[in-house]
Design a protein around this ligand. Structure first.
Ligand SMILES: [Zn+2]
Length: 269
């Protein structure tokens, strides 16, 4: 995979006949105590004196896949206007990358949490993608999507999938259970590289690559999420699969290498 260009909130890469953009929706600062240790300690206890509330910064990344002869697919679409004003900037990132929002016909969601789905609408309530025809989503994530009233109009576009399905022929849906119902990764095989769009496999890269056993308080099933992370990081390191994650810092794409008892992350640059 080769980096073609990079700007403040975007990066474009090419691999084989596929082009991949990383597009930054923004970031959110959250309490470090949301990180959980196996012994019951939280990130707050582990990283600083108790009188201060330390924060960890989570980037919010979306990814756009472009391949000649195929629909442009956006993987996750950020928070829209549903959360902090530091998020919901996908439309600006796309403008920065020179991408017309009307060129997006398919959105593939990794799961139905607010920071991944609400960008279907802009912060001021417009439809972000004027020509959207399909929203690919894990079948077990559909109920959570439908529970978001502001997205009710998108219901007819939902295209539920299961692990092993192929939303398009070069993209394979991969179950990553634990973080949320129907949490799904998408494996892109370009002929030159395998790139796994891994959603929320990792929330705090500075901690969870080195210590993949650390869980996140928003995991629906922390034990299952931990098992998924440990297994997939091992597989990605062994098979030299690139990881592209919603919260993997900027630009959110890189390789992982074994380091001590855990892993190191080497961002594409
Ligand atoms: Zn997330």
């Amino acid at each position: 995979m080769k980096v073609l260009s990079q700007s403040a909130n975007t990066m474009a890469c090419v691999s084989g006949s596929s082009k991949v953009w990383s597009l930054c929706d923004g970031y959110v600062d959250l309490p470090a105590r949301l990180l959980r240790y196996r012994n019951g300690k939280t990130g707050r206890q582990a990283v600083s004196p108790p009188q201060e509330e330390p924060l960890v910064r989570l980037s919010v990344n979306c990814f756009l896949l472009d391949r000649a002869g195929s629909d442009r697919i956006l993987i996750d679409c950020g928070a829209g206007g549903s959360w902090e004003p530091s998020m919901g900037h996908l439309e600006e990132a796309m403008a920065e990358a020179g991408i017309d929002t009307s060129s997006i016909s398919v959105v593939a969601l990794t799961h139905a949490h607010g920071d991944h789905i609400n960008g279907l609408l802009t912060p001021d309530g417009r439809r972000t993608f004027g020509n959207l025809s399909k929203i690919v989503i894990g079948e077990d994530a559909v109920a959570e999507f439908l529970a978001e009233p502001r997205l009710a109009d998108f219901r007819p576009l939902l295209a539920p999938i299961r692990a092993g399905d192929r939303p398009v022929d070069h993209l394979l849906a991969v179950a990553i259970p634990g973080h949320a119902p129907g949490h799904m990764g998408y494996l892109l095989s370009t002929g030159e590289d395998d790139i796994l769009f891994c959603g929320d496999l990792i929330h705090v890269p500075a901690a969870q690559f080195a210590r993949p056993e650390l869980t996140w308080a928003y995991d629906a099933d922390e034990t299952m999420a931990r098992d998924s992370r440990i297994r997939l990081l091992q597989e990605a390191a062994d098979a030299q699969v690139w990881l592209a994650g919603a919260h993997l810092g900027r630009p959110g794409i890189g390789r992982i290498v074994k380091a001590g008892r855990g892993y190191g992350f080497i961002p594409a640059a």
